[in-house]
Design a protein around this ligand. Structure first.
Ligand SMILES: [Fe+2]
Length: 215
């Protein structure tokens, strides 16, 4: 059976900062050490990257591989998720997960809407597990986004709101940097990126009266 759920909230930051935080893969191991102490790129083809994240549970090193795709300026897909090691019983043997994350500006243009669409496919017999699964995925996503907002606010205090110049600098590594620079490299490009993000937003997109992350 197929099951879709959506998770929508607003984040108190600009589109450029939200996208930069997503593409800044170097922060994963530090900021999200609980979930992703090890983050490796296995291979890359254009905007599609196969990644492996690993962590230790008890004495066993486990993790997952996942294909992640960037659709600039502000859409992110994750699919083909598999447990590591593959022989270890894992929820991914039973459930196929595909997520699509859309970022787009809210009605004021000052904040960013995070709009996650999750598509699950699982044998009907496991449908009673769905509410719990949905709850877990929602909690995890919010927890990670709150960690990201902490980083975003810290940068905001140092460099000012919406300042992404540090990310644009040559020495700063980020995934899909060329795309990021093209879409967010100038204020004009960033404004246009907001329009493109809105055009790519899902039909269920909302820009007003959206609850705030963590509230
Ligand atoms: Fe993050």
């Amino acid at each position: 059976m197929k099951h879709r759920f959506e998770l929508v909230y607003s984040m108190d930051t600009t589109l450029g900062c939200a996208v930069a935080a997503y593409l800044d893969a170097e922060h994963y191991a530090f900021l999200h050490s609980k979930y992703s102490p090890q983050y490796e790129v296995l291979h890359r083809q254009g905007r599609t990257i196969r990644i492996r994240q690993r962590w230790t549970q008890g004495h066993v090193r486990i993790g997952q591989t996942c294909t992640t795709e960037y659709a600039p300026p502000a859409r992110f897909l994750n699919y083909d998720i598999a447990g590591v090691p593959v022989w270890l019983p894992s929820v991914h043997h039973l459930i196929t997960t595909r997520t699509e994350l859309f970022y787009y500006p809210d009605a004021t243009g000052e904040r960013t809407i995070s709009h996650l669409v999750v598509d699950l496919e699982l044998p009907a017999i496991f449908s009673p597990l769905l509410p719990k699964l949905e709850q877990r995925m929602t909690a995890l996503k919010q927890e990670k986004d709150l960690e990201d907002m902490e980083m975003i606010f810290r940068r905001e205090r140092l460099f000012g709101r919406g300042n992404i110049r540090g990310y644009l600098a040559d020495y700063q590594f980020m995934l899909h940097k060329d795309d990021f620079v093209r879409h967010f490299g100038t204020p004009e490009a960033e404004r246009r990126a907001g329009e493109l993000a809105l055009a790519a937003a899902p039909p269920t997109a909302r820009r007003e009266h959206v609850r705030e992350l963590g509230v």
